[in-house]
Design a binder for this molecule. Sequence first.
Ligand SMILES: [Zn+2]
Ligand SMILES: [Zn+2]
Length: 127
Amino acid sequence: MTVTLFHNMVCYYHPDKPAAGLCKYCQRGLCSECATRAGDSLACSGLHEEQVRAMEVLMQKNILQSKRVGSDYIRNTIFYGIVGLLFTAFGASQLRWLGLQAVIYLMIGLALLWAALANYLESRKYK
Ligand SMILES: [Zn+2]
Ligand SMILES: [Zn+2]
């Protein structure tokens, strides 16, 4: 009944030995004898080492892609910064003529500048 659960808890190749970990490729249980380190993960020794290494390389590419997200934050920082400054400057210059309406422009501008700052801080995490 619980075969699927059970086969991950013992070594696939030595059903009498407890599993030390799972092969990243085939998800089978491996004892310390059968497990080989491939990057940060375990692999069936001599069987799935190449596959797991290839998966590790794919993971590395994902990390590189998240660096591209970092430049998105910089683009957002510039966009929110410019629009925020325009709203703030417009609101400040119209404060005398428009009163409360200008205050709303000012508040939108400050909120956009705040968003720019948040994006800037976020972009620094990807450095
Ligand atoms: Zn084994
Ligand atoms: Zn395997």
